[in-house]
Design a protein around this ligand. Structure first.
Ligand SMILES: Cc1cc2nc3c(=O)[nH]c(=O)nc-3n(C[C@H](O)[C@H](O)[C@H](O)COP(=O)(O)OP(=O)(O)OC[C@H]3O[C@@H](n4cnc5c(N)ncnc54)[C@H](O)[C@@H]3O)c2cc1C
Length: 452
């Protein structure tokens, strides 16, 4: 065993964690004095930009996940849920379950990359009854739900109930909401022919957005183009509408529209009968961070220019869980994989500098552009300041994201899924899994068993 061995522990197995680990592996992979450790709840990296295509059945479920053991081979991986981070004692503790021991892992340097979870803004009924699209499980559950609703509607004789089966409400007009709405409509239109009693006009996809525009942050003309294309597909986009409740049968909505005397009209205007509401309206950092000893704002860890957590040298926070104010706009950077990866690269670089006693660098971010698909073979893109829409934008989207898939094997599988979708219909088998649990229960063992 090497004396004075230093341990770098990375928390999370998402975009920023994997990018950081890869860079550290290149520097320290064959260095016996440095041990690299990653702890994640899932033993894979999930490629979130393709989640809507998994929910619509265009891409096979396992094609957008990459086992950590195949992409970070020189990092020791622990599969487990983090319960507590003690930055004074330099310990990370994992929850115990009835099947696994609760352990604590010591670190010398720490990278917190725990991402975010869905934010329901305190609406317990929405949390309980809505579908979400943040995890692989969410995508599988959503696809099954959509197929189930078609099966029920096909034989339903009560017209009101039938309508509520065929109304699908997507809440949130950001990336995730818009891409989900486009994919959902494509799926419905593709498989409608298998349900003889359901006509195209019976299928309703409604997007509710509380702002006055969709895709905020995108070039306005491109966002308008997306809105027009989605409307042509039959998607009803309602702006300035905020959801106030959802009991599993009916969504109630408030209008946030400005009235003529310039005061906001907050009266409850209407409701939509639906059995399926998909909530993509916001994210918030995970509870482990919110109840940590780090200084947080709106739940995110406040970091300095070098991406380090104040008061704790050697502790870095990156990605969706970190708060970094863009000095140009004076606003936080958007929660995107692009920002997460850029921060991961610099955190790894600064960690190397810290270990080698050299100068750290400040974080400077240059966006490479933005891309979104809005359904079958149509997209919008801003690349190096140039705005592109339609088929070409979709082609760029496919190429960029294909190049970002970390393994050749999965690149090939995703590519083949897209090609197969050109020639064949989607599958309407409903796989009988159980729905997402709102509260996961972890059986806490009485004491921490060991410090590793
Ligand atoms: C549907 C959808 C579409 C998107 N599309 C795009 C897009 O087109 N372009 C783009 O740039 N961004 C997109 N994003 C956003 C992007 O996914 C995130 O910004 C990015 O994943 C952030 O990276 P991260 O490393 O901070 O977090 P994540 O990638 O979310 O990783 C967080 C990790 O922490 C783990 N974790 C969390 N809590 C615990 C715990 N207590 N114990 C153990 N492990 C834990 C999680 O399992 C996960 O592995 C999309 C997101 C969604 C949901």
């Amino acid at each position: 065993m090497v004396k004075n061995k230093k341990k770098i522990v990375i928390l999370g197995s998402g975009f920023s964690a994997v990018e950081c680990a890869k860079k550290l592996e290149r520097e320290f992979g064959n260095e016996p004095e440095i041990e690299l450790v990653m702890i994640g709840e899932d033993n894979f990296l999930l490629f979130t930009p393709m989640l809507p295509q998994v929910a619509s059945g265009m891409i096979e479920t396992r094609h957008i996940v990459f086992p950590i053991r195949t992409i970070c081979k020189k990092t020791k991986f622990y599969e487990g849920r983090i319960k507590n981070i003690d930055p004074y004692g330099k310990l990370v503790t994992l929850w115990g379950t009835k099947d696994k021991r609760s352990i604590s892992i010591h670190y010398d340097f720490l990278v917190v990359a725990l991402g975010s979870e869905t934010n329901f803004f305190g609406m317990a009924d929405v949390e309980k009854n809505a579908y979400t699209l943040k995890t692989l499980n969410d995508a599988v559950m959503l696809r099954n739900r959509i197929i189930d609703m078609l099966e029920q509607a096909e034989n339903e004789t009560d017209p009101i109930l039938r309508k509520s089966f065929l109304n699908f409400v997507v809440v949130g007009g950001g990336f995730a909401g818009i891409e989900t709405a486009g994919e959902l409509m494509d799926l419905l239109l593709d498989v409608q022919k298998y349900y003889p009693s359901i006509q195209k006009n019976d299928l309703k996809v409604i997007v509710l957005e509380s702002l006055g525009e969709i895709l905020p942050g995108f070039n306005k003309k491109l966002a308008e183009f997306a809105k027009k294309k989605l409307s042509e597909k039959g998607i009803d986009i309602q702006l300035n509408k905020a959801v106030t409740s959802f009991d599993g049968n009916e969504v109630t909505i408030k209008s946030l529209e400005q009235t003529s005397n310039d005061s906001t009209n907050l009266s409850e205007i209407n409701s939509i009968f639906t059995k399926t509401m998909i909530w993509t309206a916001g994210i918030t950092p995970v509870n482990t961070i919110k109840r940590s000893m780090f200084h947080t704002e709106k739940g995110k860890i406040v970091i300095n220019d070098f991406l380090e957590v104040s008061k704790f040298p050697g502790v870095f926070a990156i990605g969706d869980c970190a708060l970094f104010i863009d000095p140009i706009t004076n606003k936080p950077f958007p929660s995107t994989a692009q920002v997460a990866e850029a921060q991961a690269k610099l955190a790894a670089k600064n960690l190397i500098s810290l270990i080698k006693n050299s100068e750290k660098e400040k974080f400077v971010y240059h966006s490479k552009g933005q891309l979104a698909v809005i359904g079958k073979r149509t997209g919008i893109a801003t690349i190096f300041g140039i705005n592109i829409s339609g088929f070409l934008a979709w082609l760029i989207w496919t190429n960029v994201y294909l190049s970002k898939i970390p393994t050749f094997d999965k690149k090939t599988r995703v590519y083949l899924d897209w090609v197969i979708d050109l020639f064949f219909d989607r599958d309407v088998s409903r796989l009988n899994y159980i729905k997402r649990e709102t509260e996961k229960e972890y059986k806490l063992l009485d004491e921490v068993d060991d410090v590793w």
